[in-house]
Design a protein around this ligand. Sequence first.
Ligand SMILES: NC(=O)c1ccc[n+]([C@@H]2O[C@H](COP(=O)([O-])OP(=O)(O)OC[C@H]3O[C@@H](n4cnc5c(N)ncnc54)[C@H](O)[C@@H]3O)[C@@H](O)[C@H]2O)c1
Length: 295
Amino acid sequence: MSVEPISPLAPLGVAAALAAESNPSITPHPRIWDEFQLSDRVGLVTGANRGLGLEMALVLLEAGARAVYCIDLPAEPGEEWQAVRAYAQRMRSGARLEYVRQDVTDQAAMWEVAQKVADKEGRIDIGIAAAGIASAGKNCLDYPADEFRKALDINATGALFTAQAVGRQMDRLGTPGSIIIVASVAGTITLKDMKTIPYNTSKSALLQLARSMACELGPKRIRVNTVSPGYVCTKMTGLFIESQPSVSAHWSSGNPLGRIATPDEMRGVIIWLSSDASSFCTGSDIIVDGGAHSW
Ligand SMILES: NC(=O)c1ccc[n+]([C@@H]2O[C@H](COP(=O)([O-])OP(=O)(O)OC[C@H]3O[C@@H](n4cnc5c(N)ncnc54)[C@H](O)[C@@H]3O)[C@@H](O)[C@H]2O)c1
């Protein structure tokens, strides 16, 4: 099965300028946006029935991806997902949002999902592990074992199975790729006044998971990075805001920009990490938190 090489863009930048200036037949052409193009690429995003996962799935299609497979728990995708799929189809003929019901904690099933995608599409270029659950409200000395294990199982082990699933297909096909794990700034700092030790622990684990995978998979041209958002307005955070309205102001005052993010503010970093624009970036954690970690 042959797949287009992922970086056909060189020379770029100054090298391209010098080449063009020494050869008048080359027409100068801005290349920077070409580097962010995901034309014909195929992505798999977990937790993508809604929230950040759905936002990330859509932006991959906007950047040119052929198909994005959304993995989540409900048997059928929700109304929001259906509307986004209809929008993507109107936006660009052939842009496909696909839905697969799957629990990310089932390793064999996750591997099988990715294998089916790769068999059907002939490639998987991008994998985003966004499925996750929040946990909060209990003292660290009392946190029940089952709740701690559940957070680690979904947030950390599920992300490993997702990264394995897409990485195994990139390896099988011999193609490069980008794996992005959605961690959190809670993996680096402790969220002030939030008693959320399972969540913080699971997100911290993801930083090292990505670094370790990046080191093993670099020779195969598979990049692995984490994105660590601060507070973003989604259903996950909405649950806290509804139960404790003062939380919104508290979170907003916790960063220099003085507000909570909207999900679309993760679009730029996702396209950068998914595309050739970040071709030398692996094993990195990109924090997008309004500066909260700076305080
Ligand atoms: N919202 C924030 O402020 C924020 C900040 C930092 C990081 N994050 C992370 O971003 C990711 C997305 O969060 P969100 O805010 O969009 O939350 P969300 O609750 O809106 O979406 C999470 C999605 O993951 C799915 N999911 C949960 N368990 C699953 C499983 N076992 N298998 C498959 N899917 C499963 C849910 O069904 C849901 O659709 C999470 O990993 C979260 O920890 C969120």
